[in-house]
Design a protein around this ligand. Structure first.
Ligand code: TRP
Length: 336
């Protein structure tokens, strides 16, 4: 069967803050392409989100919105099931077991833990510390071969591999050892206000960040204000960081080749260049925004989709968890 030969991909996104053009270009757009060639599973990582204090009503709303956005971007849940992490209790269960196979020293070395605890000195909770064990559980439950992650998650993925190898070595092969997946046409989207920095949900300057759900007017306005440092020319090779960023965004969103884009803008001023990029992004995102709004207005359909996703995921997850429980010596779980 062709199905079983396809490699398994798992990825997740936290439903916190706004969903940026950076998330779209760097992550979810690739998720859409991958669903044809791999067996993909995508997860809204709401359990990870509470390592930082969240407002409950907002977290609930953002979790649904994030789920709807993944679909609105073009992930088809029939091809690539999407689920909400807390709906599949095996994540919490495997996470506990794996935390007993993860060393304090390893977790202490995680740079994200060090950064986040420096930023949240008043809430350095145990979950923030053991977060990588939960992420390992997310991945290993599905025997994922490949995990598309950004640079900030590579250390966590490396630790997942170490945990998998350790467990497999202590018992017998139990987990597939996952590898990172770096998309061929990878693109890093930088802040429009400070093109030396990554476009991030937490950018202090709201003009630097495009939300997928921004109105067309807002998108165009922010692009018009984008920092380009008017020094040279509209060229990927010779332009400033800001020009490069805009050209990258333009080519990704329109599907045009770089040379084509450069030719199109040759001899134009920065003003019309920036506006053209803004218009292209606004146009490309319009259908995503509309689909998202339609899904958010159809809660019963959304519920059906996340219920189906959770059923599919938990069926796979249970198989792995049962294997793990047996190997570590837990008595068979009675059925009742
Ligand atoms: N930790 C990831 C992030 O903050 C999200 C995530 C959770 C994830 N579980 C995952 C990503 C499993 C890939 C695989 O971006």
């Amino acid at each position: 069967m062709e199905q079983t030969e396809k490699k398994i991909i798992l990825s997740g996104i936290q439903p916190t803050g706004i969903f940026t053009l950076g998330n779209y270009i760097g992550a979810v757009r690739n998720w859409v392409n991958l669903q044809e060639d791999y067996r993909c599973l995508y997860m809204v990582a709401n359990m990870h989100a509470i390592t930082v204090r969240q407002e409950p009503a907002k977290l609930r709303q953002q979790t649904l919105s994030c789920f709807a956005l993944i679909m609105a971007c073009g992930v088809d849940p029939q091809k690539a099931p999407i689920f909400i992490q807390s709906h599949v209790h095996e994540h919490a269960e495997l996470s506990w077991v794996l935390s007993c196979y993860t060393q304090f020293g390893e977790l202490s070395r995680m740079t994200q833990f060090k950064d986040k605890s420096a930023k949240n000195a008043s809430n350095i909770n145990a979950g923030l510390f053991t977060y990588p064990s939960l992420m390992a559980a997310d991945i290993l439950l599905y025997q994922a071969d490949l995990v598309p992650v950004g640079a900030d998650q590579q250390q966590h993925l490396e630790l997942s591999r170490d945990i998998a190898n350790r467990f497999n070595g202590l018992y017998s092969p139990t987990f597939t050892v996952p590898e990172g997946y770096i998309p061929k046409a990878g693109a890093r989207v930088m802040s429009l206000a400070d093109p030396e920095r990554k476009m991030s949900k937490s950018d202090p300057n709201p003009n630097g960040v495009i939300s997928i759900l921004d109105s067309a007017d807002d998108i165009i306005r922010k692009f018009k204000r984008a920092v380009t440092d008017s020094d040279c020319c509209i060229s990927f090779e010779h332009g400033s960081a800001g020009v490069k960023n805009l050209l990258t965004i333009y080519t990704v969103m329109t599907g045009k080749r770089m040379e084509e884009a450069e030719k199109e803008f040759a001899g134009q001023g920065y003003g019309s260049f920036k506006e053209a990029v803004g218009v292209a992004v606004a146009e490309a995102l319009a259908p995503v925004r509309e689909k998202h709004a339609a899904l958010m207005n159809d809660k019963s359909y959304l519920e059906q989709c996340y219920t189906d996703g959770a059923k599919f995921a938990s069926h796979l997850a249970r198989k792995t968890l049962e294997k793990v429980y047996r190997k570590v010596g837990f008595v068979n779980t009675p059925r009742f």
